[in-house]
Design a protein around this ligand. Structure first.
Ligand code: SIN
Length: 289
């Protein structure tokens, strides 16, 4: 790259971009190079950034139109599109943002008709240990999946349901109200999707979101999804991001699953800013990939 260096994070996926200061607007050529890398590498890392919520929001536009998260808690008054994830508390003892979310393998907003495309997570204050974010490469996992499992999934529609195991995922949160449940009804997406830019296929099912696959009994479908997720999240498909304050990580939800891990919140604080860009309805192209 002419304007910056691109250094692989793992053998299979992920790239660190070195030499861009994201407090300044990128020119069109830089934007296009960043997007090209995003579509091929699936995870981008920019270290040593010093971003305000507004600067993160401006950079997010590089990847498309921003979404205001449906749980828009802990946002900034001037930037409702920038969400805070943190264990920090206000003077009244309530959390300043969302905490303890995403500790299961997932693709952002897979339970919506139009799911997430890019998610950007910026480390404004990162603990010195713990709170790593894991990313699993769903293209390589699909490509290496045993043929009999591929055949069971390809061309099938899977139901993605945020409400199904919500209380297993978040036992400390109040149960969803009828109104909240009705607002996010189950949706169907292909179990294997084709990336719209790269044309590569990716696995698009997760144990915590998929109760049903068309043409299968539910217990058969759930056992299949569990087997596929175990295969797809083997160490060889994972990039483990160890955060430093000033890191910005951008990931492609059409290509990777991700998962948060815990840290010692009696010793450390964590403050993250998060933005997201919606994509398009996922499709499976039988003739591509
Ligand atoms: C997420 O799932 O988006 C959050 C990841 C993290 O906090 O490490």
């Amino acid at each position: 790259m002419e304007h910056f260096d691109a250094i692989p994070l793992t053998f299979r996926f992920g790239t660190e971009i070195v030499g861009l200061d994201l407090t300044e607007a990128l020119n069109e050529e830089e934007k296009s190079q960043v997007i090209t890398l995003f579509n091929s590498a699936s995870v981008l890392l920019f270290r040593n950034q010093a971003l305000t919520p507004g600067q993160l929001s401006a950079f997010t536009e590089t990847f498309g139109k921003q979404d205001i998260h449906h749980l828009a808690e802990g946002t900034f008054p001037d930037h409702p599109e920038v969400r805070v994830l943190s264990n920090k508390k206000k003077a009244d003892g309530t959390l300043i943002g969302a905490y303890k979310g995403g500790h299961h393998w997932h693709s952002d907003l897979c339970f919506k008709e139009i799911p997430g495309q890019a998610t950007l997570l910026y480390g404004a204050e990162c603990p010195p240990e713990g709170a790593d974010t894991l990313f699993a490469d769903m293209h390589s996992a699909y490509e290496n999946l045993p043929q009999d499992l591929k055949e069971k999934l390809e061309g099938r529609m899977a139901t993605n349901d945020r409400n199904w195991r919500y209380s297993d995922l978040y036992p400390w949160r109040p149960a969803l109200t009828e109104e909240q449940i009705a607002k996010v009804p189950p949706v169907q997406h292909p179990a294997v999707i084709t990336h719209p830019q790269s044309g590569r296929r990716a696995l698009y099912v997760t144990e915590m979101m998929v109760p049903h696959i068309d043409g299968m009994e539910d217990d058969e479908a759930q056992a299949l999804v569990a087997e596929v997720e175990t295969f797809a999240t083997q160490k060889k498909y994972i990039y483990r991001h160890k955060w430093q304050t000033g890191d910005l990580v951008v990931w492609d939800n059409r290509s990777v699953l991700h998962k948060a891990t815990s840290f010692d919140d009696t010793k450390y604080d964590r403050l993250m800013y998060r933005t997201q860009v919606l994509g398009e309805k996922p499709v499976f192209k039988p003739d591509a990939g």
